[in-house]
Each structure stands twice: as C-alpha cells, then as structure tokens.
Unconditional design. Structure first.
Length: 323
C-alpha cells in the first residue's frame, strides 16, 4: 500500500464530485491542494466544496488563512506533512485533491526554494517598469540572470517573473538551480497518482459556464465585501482568478463585461498550464471523465488502491492517452 492518494486535473474538470465518492469508499480524508481555497471568505470564486459536502467527508487546508495574510509553499508542505501523519495514524488514507501543482510537487518531492523576505521595493520598481515599457522589459532582466526560468515563464506572467528575479537577487542563485536540486531528490511519499481530463473544447465550455454561474451566485458582491472589510489583500489572494479582475472593475479600471471576459480567458490559460504540467508528470494514471463512465473510473481507482489491479500495467495502458 502506498502512502497517499493524489487526484488532480485542470480547473473545472470535475475533481470534487469524484473525490467525495472515492473518499467515502476507501475511508479517506481529503487534503485540499489549492493555493486559493486556503483563504477564508473567498468562497464562490475558489469553488470550494460546499458545507454539506465537507460535512460528509473531513476536508483539510480549506478556510484557514486570512485574505490579508501571505502563505508560502513551505508552510503548505509542513501542514500537509502533519496532516498525512495524523490521518494515517487514525487508520485512514490521505487523499490529496487539487490542481495547484507547485503545492503538490512540494509535498511529493520536497520544496527547495529558499525562504526569502519579500523585496517590496524591487517588486514596485519592476511593476513600474512593466507599466511604462511593457512586461517584456522585465522578462529581459530575468533572461539575463536565469535563462532557463525565462524560457518557461511567459512575459505576461509578471508575478512569477518578478519572483524569479527576486530569488536571484537575494540568493545569488537562479530559480532553475533550486528546481534542479529538487528534481534530484527521492520522492518523499509513494503515491497513487490519478488525473481527470476532458477534451480542451469541453473543458473550456465548462470553465465559461462555471464563471457565469459564479457571477450569478454573487461573486461580485463577495469581492466587494472583501474590499470593504480588509485594508488590503495579500499579493496571492489579490491575484486569485476572478478576484483580480473584479477588483479592477470595482476600482473603475474596466467594465463588468470586460472583467468577466478576462476571468474566462485567464481561467482557460490557467487550465492550459495545468494540462502542460500533467503531461510532464511521471506515473500519473489518466482518466478521461468525458468519455469514461464515472462509476467505472471510481471502480478502477479502488481496485488499484486495494492492489486488485496492477498499477504499473494500468499506467502503461493509459500513458499514451492524448490530452
């Protein structure tokens, strides 16, 4: 028996429903692997499991951080390690569910990036440079210091580009250096690793519908309430899908129609990046939830976990699935 179970996939693919059924049948507790669901009062836009769903199955690492507070990957790793130990000590199985792959990798492989203090002066200066000369100008600074990181990061992913420059400035080593060291480590946990996929077209349709539903459920009111209650949101919370765009709208920078359009567009781009990560992941058994019956997917997962099916054989059978 492996240490943990991982269920991942792109945003809006359908992880929550299946995870609840799986957890119920294998006596598991769910650990959320989502960098935005950690925040309190950010409910609609982060698509958290409902109160009734959480009442059925114990969920962890949801709703425990103030929107004003910064929260690091290393903190998540530490909390997750503690929970895995406690859940297993109770004779249950830890089921890690979510699509924040940086968090997931930190748990599975270890997190090597150093703990450094935010350099707000540097961030402000680089943000001003991006405003005046475009994000390409900031990206060129990163390329001169860490060509490998620059190659992987799009110039418009300004927050991560700036963070990579910040790491180099404070440590004298590139982000790529720490990533390489991380890959050289042995896995920290053995894991059943499952992913749900859909066709790109179907996934994007689901994302667009989800955004429309979130707006109907009152996402704009939720964002307005956060701005009224808190002096400022943390950098991470401020960047959350849906919240960033609606904050811009509430500040008069863009219309509501433009904000909703940007939420959908940015969500699709995020899903595309998630799929890119999934393609690179080893030993990941992929299920096409659009083409395969949900009950059959669930049964196959349970058989693999119980050892009634061979994990390696199933992986080899499915590793050529295109997505």
């Amino acid at each position: 028996m492996k240490d943990i179970i991982v269920l991942t996939g792109a945003t809006a693919v359908g992880k929550t429903e299946l995870s609840l059924d799986l957890a119920a049948q294998i006596n598991a507790e769910i650990i959320s692997v989502d960098s935005m669901q950690i925040y309190q009062e950010m409910n609609i836009g982060t698509a958290k499991a409902s109160e009734s769903e959480r009442a059925k199955i114990n969920h962890h690492l949801i709703d425990f951080v103030s929107p004003e507070a910064d929260y690091s990957v290393s903190q998540f790793q530490e909390e997750c390690d503690r929970l895995i130990f406690e859940i297993k000590a109770e004779g249950k199985m830890p089921l890690l569910v979510g699509g924040t792959h940086l968090y997931l990798r930190a748990v599975l492989e270890g997190f090597m990036l150093p703990e450094i203090e935010p350099d707000y002066e540097l961030r402000h200066r680089l943000e001003k440079l991006a405003e005046s000369k475009g994000t390409e100008a900031v990206h060129k600074i990163l390329a001169a210091k860490d060509a490998a990181a620059a190659k992987k990061l799009h110039p418009n992913d300004l927050r991560r580009v700036i963070r990579a420059i910040e790491i180099y400035k404070q440590t004298g080593k590139s982000k790529s250096f720490y990533k390489k060291k991380q890959k050289e480590r042995s896995p920290r946990y053995s894991a059943f690793k499952f992913a749900l996929i859909r066709s790109r077209e179907n996934l994007y349709q689901r994302i667009n519908k989800r955004v429309d539903l979130m707006m109907e459920q009152g996402l704009l009111d939720e964002v307005e309430s956060l701005l009224d209650k808190y002096e400022s949101l943390s950098d991470t919370a401020h960047q959350a899908l849906g919240y960033k765009e609606l904050i811009s709208h509430l500040k008069g920078k863009i219309s509501l129609e433009e904000a909703v359009h940007e939420i959908k567009k940015r969500s699709r781009h995020f899903a595309k990046r998630q799929l890119t990560w999934l393609r690179k992941e080893d030993d990941l058994i992929v299920f096409n939830i659009e083409k395969e019956d949900k009950s059959e997917i669930l049964n196959t997962m349970i058989q693999l976990i119980k050892g009634e099916k061979n994990y390696e054989q199933e992986y080899q059978k499915r590793k050529e699935i295109d997505f």
